[in-house]
Design a protein around this ligand. Structure first.
Ligand code: 5AD
Ligand code: SF4
Length: 454
């Protein structure tokens, strides 16, 4: 079996990896480490010891990119102190900005999300006068045959990328440009990876894709053997009742009844759906090219809740998209109330160069209005999260222990199936155990619980 943990070997050259952005990027860093370990590198967590410094970057909002520009100054200092150190920018920002990243003469390597296999060659070819770049996007690359080297701390929960890229053209979003066209990964390789994780002690896999509901593996020989997302979920759920399955991200236009019923059928498929709504206003949804309406979205929510009462529901919301009126904003607030989200990621709109919105619609909501609306959205979500947590008081959940609580060394934490974090007394349990807890009280972020049995 391949080593799925970082190799410790003082004699090897060292790579330091900083990861920004989404879960997909976290998993990509694990793919990168696998490729570099095979090429003789070992991971270091100390930037001061690194021979190669990599930043796996995100372009989703301008502030994500600004942070990386700031980090480049730190990387410059490392190079000054220790000549010969190489700096690489990989991921979405590498793809978007390409040779602009080379202008400050700090960066030696620029590699986009589909060119990680070429990193060893790029590294070998770098000289002080010739930085190396590969930003080719691919129609096929899924890194299906590469076993990610896991960098998580707990050894319990792991990401598995089931597809790459995105074929939606949400008008605000840079991802189709940075990650290219959508392609699904061979389901057999996904199942093998999950089995491998399970036999290495992992108890939870999180299947990742930009839009998991459009996962489709086309069998080369027979369309009858094509695999859709519901079928893939079932294949992974059947590996073991002790291996929990999560997934992200669902698209409201594509999430099917088949997926919802498959979730309901298996106890080990966690009852949580991340279903980004973005806005509650039909006018905004249309301009965002989301291809659903408020009514469609709320119908999907009702379906999920009727088939799986208690299913956790989280979302993403953008405040202050182009032309957003006060009424559009109020529509978002009322949708949030109706959907009663358990949690949400909330953002101000940030124009991304090259997107449809940047080309077609002026970014005309004043910054102070964006901020005020975002603050209202956050305040409302805090209330909704609190209400949702209070409803769980008295309930019993099966929790997978993820580690020792920050509050006290005598307490553990883990997630219930609905994705809420529970904290409870350790009483002899350890990371990786399943426990049953009863919720006693809550904060807006945590369910304070006691052990029921086990
Ligand atoms: N501005 C603000 N938020 C954005 N998102 C995507 N693009 C932008 C943008 N240009 C948000 C969406 C998406 C999440 C990952 O990031 O809500 O679901
Ligand atoms: Fe992930 Fe999107 Fe950021 Fe790329 S731009 S890292 S896909 S969130």
């Amino acid at each position: 079996m391949k080593n799925i943990r970082p190799i410790e070997d003082e004699s090897r050259p060292k790579v330091y990896i900083e990861t920004y952005g989404c879960q997909m990027n976290v998993n990509d860093s694990e793919v990168i480490l696998s490729i570099l370990q095979d090429d003789g590198y070992a991971l270091t967590e100390d930037i001061g010891k690194a021979d190669l410094i990599l930043a796996n970057t995100c372009s989703i909002r301008d502030n994500a990119e600004q942070r990386i520009w700031g980090r480049l100054e730190q990387f410059r200092l490392q190079k000054k102190r220790r000549p010969g150190v190489l700096v690489g920018i990989v991921g979405c920002m590498a793809e978007r900005l390409k040779d602009k990243l080379l202008d400050r003469h700090i960066v030696d390597i620029v590699a986009g999300p589909d060119s990680y296999r070429s990193l060893p060659e790029l590294i070998r070819n770098v000289t002080p006068d010739s930085p190396q770049m590969n930003v080719l996007l691919s129609q096929e690359e899924t890194y299906a045959d590469i076993t990610p080297v896991r960098m998580d701390k707990n050894g319990v929960s792991a990401y598995i990328s089931i597809m790459r890229g995105c074929n939606n053209v949400c008008s605000y979003c840079v991802v189709p440009y940075t990650r290219g066209a959508e392609r699904s990964r061979d389901p057999q390789t996904i199942v093998r990876e999950a089995v491998d994780l399970y036999s290495n002690g992992y108890r939870e896999v999180n299947l990742l894709g930009q839009n998991v509901d459009s996962y489709l593996w086309k069998d080369p020989d027979s369309a009858d053997r094509d695999v859709n997302f519901a079928q893939l979920l079932e294949m992974v759920a059947k590996i073991s009742p002790d291996l929990r399955v999560r997934f992200s991200t669902s698209h409201p236009k594509d999430i099917s009844d088949e997926v919802i019923y498959t979730m309901a059928m298996y106890d080990n498929i966690c009852k949580h759906i991340h279903l980004p709504v973005q806005s509650g206003s039909n006018a905004m949804l249309e301009k965002m090219r989301r291809k659903y309406t408020r009514e469609w979205y709320l119908e999907r929510v009702r379906k999920i809740r009727s088939v799986m009462p208690g299913c956790g529901l989280s979302t993403d919301i953008i405040a202050g998209f182009c032309g957003e009126t006060q009424q559009d904003h109020l529509d978002t607030l009322s949708l949030m109330e109706e959907a009663a989200f358990d949690s949400a990621f909330m953002f101000q709109y940030s124009e991304r160069p090259g997107t449809l919105a940047a080309r077609k619609y002026p970014d005309d909501v004043p910054p102070e209005v964006k901020t005020a609306r975002l603050n209202e959205i956050i305040a409302l979500q805090n209330r909704l999260s609190g209400e949702s947590n209070r409803k769980d008081i008295g309930k019993v959940f099966k929790v997978l222990v993820e580690g020792v609580s920050k509050r006290s060394p005598d307490e553990l934490f883990g997630r219930a199936g609905n994705n809420k974090v529970c904290v409870f007394p350790a009483e002899g349990h350890k990371t990786g155990d399943y426990v049953e807890v009863e919720v006693l009280s809550c904060t807006s972020a945590t369910l304070i619980s006691r052990l029921v049995k086990g």
